[in-house]
Design a protein around this ligand. Sequence first.
Ligand SMILES: Nc1nc2c(c(=O)[nH]1)N[C@@H](CN(C=O)c1ccc(C(=O)N[C@@H](CCC(=O)O)C(=O)O)cc1)CN2
Ligand code: GAR
Length: 204
Amino acid sequence: MPAPALGPGPAAPVPKARVGVLISGRGSNMAALLYASRLAGAAYEIVLVAANDPAAPGLDLARAEGIATFAHSHVGIRRAAFDALIDEQLRAAGVEYVALAGYMRLLSRDFVVKWQGRIINVHPSLLPLYKGLDTHERAIAAGDREAGCSVHIVTPELDDGPVLGQARVAILPGDTPDSLAARVLIAEHQLYPRILNAFVAGQR
Ligand SMILES: Nc1nc2c(c(=O)[nH]1)N[C@@H](CN(C=O)c1ccc(C(=O)N[C@@H](CCC(=O)O)C(=O)O)cc1)CN2
Ligand SMILES: NCC(=O)N[C@@H]1O[C@H](COP(=O)([O-])[O-])[C@@H](O)[C@H]1O
């Protein structure tokens, strides 16, 4: 009796997309991306967390979780030169996609063009409403009934790229910018990992 023909065998695992996260502060969105990347079936892994402030608390969290980090102050360095420093670190780490997570620096055109189509950002408003900073103050001052967050493609213009996903959050009577920000942050932590996963999976 001839031995049964061996099938092709188990498919080779699809390598996970290598993601670099840029932060400036506490890094709660970075943490949400990191923990989601460890769930079964995640299409990405975080291979570097970089910050423009060596004192960013998110760096301690990343290091404690075994993620490589890079930090350098941007103060006194021309924007394009600083971005080139970040770019060098991202490429050295083999990063394929960049996720901005509370990164509070406008990126230079040269940097964005180099990463165009592979760099996304989470923004605390329902774009195109309230690009830039102080989004919750502005929504409350305008008397809006709802706020929220957006994940968008990063382009050279500020918060102007195509929106990949949004989550809406009701503005409650008596809301302050801080109380609203706290609820929008919950929505960000749910939206961002889902969008990043779909984004990298759709390009594999
Ligand atoms: N070229 C781009 N760069 C960045 C984008 C983008 O869409 N295109 N998104 C921002 C994220 N962001 C809001 O979501 C944002 C970050 C920073 C600023 C800003 O005005 N920064 C000042 C410094 C402010 C400070 O240090 O407190 C600056 O860079 O001079 C606005 C919006 C990330 N970058
Ligand atoms: N314009 C960029 C911007 O305002 N980003 C916002 O900064 C916070 C960072 O929190 P985190 O460091 O805990 O992720 C987040 O709410 C993010 O949407």
